[in-house]
Design a protein around this ligand. Structure first.
Ligand code: TMP
Length: 216
């Protein structure tokens, strides 16, 4: 059986990740929809520890440890088995959020984050990452309309959110094969269509690569 794709959605607050994940899941069928931090009962318990204790004030080192503890459990117990089972996994945030929130914006060095990542999940990365990009002000307004949610970093200042945005764009530039930047200020249908096209193209090219390999 062909393994399923692992697709992640990244971006700052109010970028519309949740809506687009739902749309893609509906279009593809046979998907597992999940999120980070969280996704399995143990990892959701770690998420609650972070949110209920106002985790944005913790040292970034503590946050990285928590994020990767949750990520190990989530990856081993849900993401990998689902992919092996041929299901496509759609995940709201993954390692790029740690690189950006705790690294680019939180001040921890990327080298340290990569070292912990290596220990936790080795070289495991998503097949496709959609970076939903929106200007900070519009994103925060949208997030505000949702009401007081769980997004613990929403209350931070504009400079922090700008570092988040630029961090995601830098990662996308440095990983052009994996990352696709989507202009999240466009209308919902246009974005959904673009995302679906990228996924279809990826499937198509993956099939080609497989044949080329088989043909030697
Ligand atoms: P959410 O609001 O998208 O559900 O994410 C919860 C918060 O957790 C969000 O503000 C970003 C933050 N976060 C990190 O700081 N590091 C991480 O590794 C992840 C996955 C999320």
């Amino acid at each position: 059986m062909t393994s399923g794709l692992f697709i992640t959605f990244e971006g700052g607050e109010g970028a519309g990740k949740t809506t687009q994940i739902k749309r893609l899941a509906a279009a593809l069928g046979n998907c597992v929809v999940t999120r980070e931090p969280g996704g399995t009962p143990e990892a959701e318990a770690l998420r609650n520890a972070f949110i209920e204790n106002n985790g944005q004030n913790w040292p970034p080192e503590a946050l990285v440890m928590l994020m990767f503890s949750a990520r190990i459990l989530h990856t081993q117990n849900l993401i990998m088995p689902a992919r092996m089972n041929g299901q496509t996994v759609l995940c709201d945030r993954y390692t790029d959020s740690t690189r950006v929130y705790q690294g680019y914006a939180g001040g921890l060095s990327l080298e340290k984050i990569e070292a912990i990542k290596e220990l936790a999940i080795g070289g495991f990365e998503p097949d496709i990452t959609f970076v939903l990009d929106i200007d900070v002000e519009t994103g925060l307004k949208r997030a505000d309309k949702r009401g007081p949610g769980e997004s613990t970093f929403e209350a931070k200042d504009m400079a922090f959110h700008e570092r988040i945005r630029q961090g995601f764009l830098t990662i996308a530039r440095e990983n052009p094969k994996r990352c696709v930047v989507i202009n999240a200020s466009e209308d919902e249908n246009t974005i959904a269509e673009k995302i679906l096209n990228v996924v279809k193209l990826h499937w198509h090219n993956r099939g080609d690569g497989h044949h080329r390999q088989l043909d030697g």
